[in-house]
Write a protein that binds this ligand. Structure first.
Ligand SMILES: [Zn+2]
Ligand SMILES: [Zn+2]
Length: 309
């Protein structure tokens, strides 16, 4: 009996030893499901956190499935931050399996007022819906700057709970971010005060929250505009769509912008602007440490140009 007890104690020491060395400099270990939350966690956590994102750079966020290794990463974290509201198909089962553990789980969409998906879900044919479920709510909450602020608040509270020693720093980082969000909202509001059109034609209907905040409207494009191998019929429909709706500008994510069908642009004179959903960033942007605010500024620049064409 005594021998067993000693074995358990030694094992306990070994395990504790492993755990503390695996965390660099005793930083709070944070795992996020995808890029915007990765950025918010870094903004709020600063030097006190080590943030890892489960979704690899450039991967498609909606249909992603984590590996066994990813699950272990999450299990070993102090805080796991995910979106919820049907955005990730995989987080519910992961969070369920964590029940009873000491890990703090943060579902950021709980911080915001969700918008119904029914209005535009049936319209969008930008991707295959097999294998994922949008649920009844639009899951793209973070594209509203004010929602991002509410989500950052929730993240700050979780860090303060797990690492109260640095509560003041987390609070200060949140306050600074909140001020920057105020400026961003002021910039967006001013930019959209007088525009030629309030309609954005997009490849992914992810901008519902942004549109609602600033009195804009999003509409889906015809499939033939963005395609590796469009059929002649799709091209014809795309041209027809642009001409009959008198569309001057189309907004695409960086990946799709490279696949625009030249003949459609040539025939219609439509201009193409990049507009990011922030669901994923390029390796280059990731390495540079591009932030949520950087991407939102880029989007503003695109919209400012596009809505005045
Ligand atoms: Zn879908
Ligand atoms: Zn999306």
């Amino acid at each position: 009996m005594k021998k067993i007890l000693i074995t358990i104690m030694v094992l306990g020491l070994v395990l504790t030893g492993c755990q503390s060395t695996s965390k660099e400099n005793d930083k709070l270990s944070v795992v996020t499901s995808f890029y915007p939350l990765y950025s918010l966690a870094n903004i709020i956590g600063g030097d006190h956190v080590e943030v890892v994102s489960v979704l690899p750079v450039g991967a498609e966020a909606h249909s992603f499935e984590p590996s066994a290794k990813d699950r272990v990463k999450i299990e070993n974290a102090d805080v796991f931050i995910y979106h919820g509201a049907g955005f990730e198909s995989w987080t519910d089962s992961v969070v369920k399996s964590l029940k009873g553990d000491k890990i703090e789980t943060v579902e950021v969409s709980k911080a915001v007022q969700l918008r119904s998906n029914e209005d535009d879900h049936d319209d969008h044919d930008d991707h295959d819906h097999e294998g994922h479920d949008h649920g009844s709510f639009d899951p793209h909450t973070w594209l509203s700057p004010n929602n991002a602020r509410l989500e950052a608040r929730m993240i700050a509270d979780s860090f303060i709970k797990k690492d109260s020693e640095h509560a003041q720093d987390y609070e200060a980082n949140y306050q600074k971010f909140s001020t920057e969000i105020d400026s961003l909202i002021a910039e967006y509001t001013e930019a959209f005060a007088n525009v030629k059109t309030r309609t954005m034609v997009v490849d992914h209907l992810a901008f519902g929250y942004l549109a609602a905040d600033f009195n804009l409207e999003q509409k889906p494009i015809a499939k033939g505009i963005v395609s590796e191998e469009p059929t002649p019929k799709q091209i014809e429909e795309a041209i027809e769509f642009i001409k009959t709706n008198d569309i001057k500008t189309i907004y695409l994510d960086a990946f799709n912008a490279k696949k625009v069908v030249d003949v459609v642009v040539k025939e219609t004179g439509v201009s193409i602007h990049e507009l990011s959903t922030l669901e994923t960033v390029s390796q280059e942007e990731y390495d540079k440490g591009v932030t949520y605010l950087d991407k939102m500024e880029e989007n503003l620049k695109s919209l400012k140009e596009g809505l005045n064409e």
